[in-house]
Design a protein around this ligand. Structure first.
Ligand SMILES: Cc1cc2nc3c(=O)[nH]c(=O)nc-3n(C[C@H](O)[C@H](O)[C@H](O)COP(=O)(O)OP(=O)(O)OC[C@H]3O[C@@H](n4cnc5c(N)ncnc54)[C@H](O)[C@@H]3O)c2cc1C
Length: 491
């Protein structure tokens, strides 16, 4: 077994997954995390009897997490108890229509009919999505492909053409679904990666299958339970975690990295894995020059979000656990956020009411809400002020009141709100991005940066800024694939 020394910068889910996978391969692994707790964006806020997921609230593809436990001969269920949710999402429209998403074909057919969509169209769309998922999964996800050369070799021309390359994600949706309601809903699966359905490639339609085939999951007590379960596994594997340990430099010599500096102290390493995003890491830890930084321009950050937590003194029974309140014009929403980089006048809003199915997260008779409209990442040349964001917050709350959450603002007894600046500050994310790199067919064809540094062969990256990108299961998969890359390179 190797006893080489690996330092992981950051304990987001990507960093944790890489650390576990490398420890399972026999490496001696140490994590340095700037914050006082592990988990990165998988974060929790407890106050006044309410528990909020500050970051992710939807768990998908749990079998990817399960592998971390299986490889140590353990069962995830003994560490992280999870359960499915019904409906998956509830969708509210400005015209008063309400549609649930449910994996049961008979229930889904009835929901489609409510807005005049022929259920056969939904079935055909889901078949199209499943075919794309199988294609993307066999190579891009499971083999951890990073470059166009690796793509050509794995897929060959025949399979490459099946990626539906000449359409946008919205184009793929609109080809199958005829009603605006159903189009808006399936377009908004792009929320999982913080991008725009108008501007991302059609193969992103694989995401519906992630929910419809593999279900949608919750962790009782809140999703931070995932971090707690992984913490136990890391302890059992002997991984050392230094909290409050911000890395300020990655040292390099003769084309290789030699270690890191944290809290003013140098720590030598044979291999460094950065869970800090690629662009801030190259810029701030490796001090690369402008010419090199320009080669990374195509890895534009995903959107950011206004992350608003509200503790209420009442319940809104019409809410499901997961809810979406749609923009009256979602195309304008996408164009405003992803092309004009402005706060949208009428955003699509994601709202989680975990108290609907989990009585432990709010006092009796009360709801706890997390509200997340997607908004542009920070533009440092034209930064918005906190007042701009607070005016936007009021528009969001007005919209929710108009769409049925009557007098919402009168029932708020606890409030917490993060802007993109808070998100950047907390996690060192690039321009406050919440999912890493944007998936955009014109800018990067949804490719993120490669997992192995193009400059320093013993430096690797993990997380939402490298392939296959953001979202909890994807960064966990990324950690496993990074470990494979390290082992292959180190043989
Ligand atoms: C509000 C919100 C809602 C979301 N909803 C969902 C959802 O429902 N489902 C889903 O699957 N995904 C969701 N996501 C996305 C998901 O949370 C992320 O894709 C994923 O958790 C990111 O993991 P990561 O490993 O890439 O990085 P991060 O979680 O960003 O971790 C990076 C870590 O590195 C640390 N770090 C950075 N720089 C340094 C340094 N110099 N020194 C030491 N430590 C450093 C940071 O503190 C952080 O802990 C959501 C994200 C947010 C913010």
């Amino acid at each position: 077994m190797s006893k080489k020394n690996v330092i992981v910068i950051g304990s987001g889910l990507g960093g944790i997954s890489a650390a576990i996978s490398l420890a399972q391969e026999g490496y001696k692994v140490t994590i340095h995390e700037k914050n006082p707790q592990i988990g990165g964006k998988l974060n929790v806020l407890k106050a006044d009897g309410y528990t909020f997921d500050l970051g992710p609230s939807i768990l998908t593809l749990p079998h990817i997490f399960e592998r971390l436990f299986e490889r140590s001969g353990k069962k995830m269920a003994d560490y992280i108890p999870i359960r499915t949710l019904r409906p998956h999402w509830r969708n509210f429209f400005e015209d008063g229509k309400v549609v649930d998403l449910d994996p049961d074909p008979a229930v889904m057919a009835a929901e489609a009919r409510k807005v005049g969509e022929d259920p056969v169209n939904v079935e055909k769309f889901l078949k199209y999505s499943a075919d794309l998922y199988d294609l993307v999964n066999e190579g891009y996800f499971e083999q951890g492909l990073d470059t166009s050369a690796e793509f050509r070799e794995f897929y060959g021309l025949g399979k490459f053409l099946k990626f539906d390359l000449f359409r946008s994600m919205h184009g793929g949706v609109a080809k199958h679904l005829k009603t605006r309601h159903m189009r808006d809903i399936f377009d908004y699966f792009i929320k999982y990666v913080g991008s725009s359905a108008l501007h991302s490639p059609a193969f992103m339609n694989c995401m519906a299958t992630i929910q419809y085939r593999y279900d949608l999951w919750y962790v009782d007590g809140g999703l931070y339970g995932i971090a707690l379960g992984l913490q136990r596994l890391m302890n059992e594997l002997g991984i050392t975690v230094h909290l409050n340990s911000e890395v300020s430099e990655v040292r390099k010599e003769h084309g290789r990295v030699t270690g890191i500096v944290a809290n003013g102290e140098f720590h030598a390493a044979d291999i460094v894995v950065s869970n800090m995003e690629v662009i801030p890491a190259y810029e701030k830890l490796l001090l690369e020059d402008e010419a090199f930084m320009r080669t990374l321009d195509r890895y534009e950050p995903s959107c950011s979000g206004l992350v608003l937590e509200l503790g209420l003194d009442r319940k809104y029974p019409q809410l499901a656990h997961h809810n979406f309140f749609f923009s009256a014009n979602q195309k304008t929403h996408f164009k405003t956020v992803f092309r004009k980089h402005q706060l949208p006048p009428d955003p699509t809003i994601y709202l989680v009411a975990a108290s609907r199915t989990d009585p432990t997260v709010a006092p009796d008779g009360c709801d706890c809400l997390k509200i997340l409209p997607h908004i542009p990442h920070i533009d440092d040349e034209r930064p918005l002020t906190r007042e701009d964001y607070m005016a936007f917050k009021d528009r969001v709350l007005e919209k929710l009141e108009r769409m049925g959450l009557t007098d919402l603002r009168k029932h708020v007894v606890f409030e917490h709100c993060w802007t993109p600046h808070d998100i950047r500050e907390q996690y060192n994310s690039n321009k406050g991005s919440i999912y890493g790199v944007v998936s955009d067919r014109f800018k990067n064809l949804a490719f993120k940066a490669p997992k192995q540094s193009v400059k320093y062969p013993n430096l690797f990256f993990v997380g939402g800024s490298v392939n296959p990108g953001g979202g909890m299961p994807m960064v966990v998969l990324c950690g496993q694939n990074v470990a494979k890359k390290v082992v292959e390179w180190d043989r």
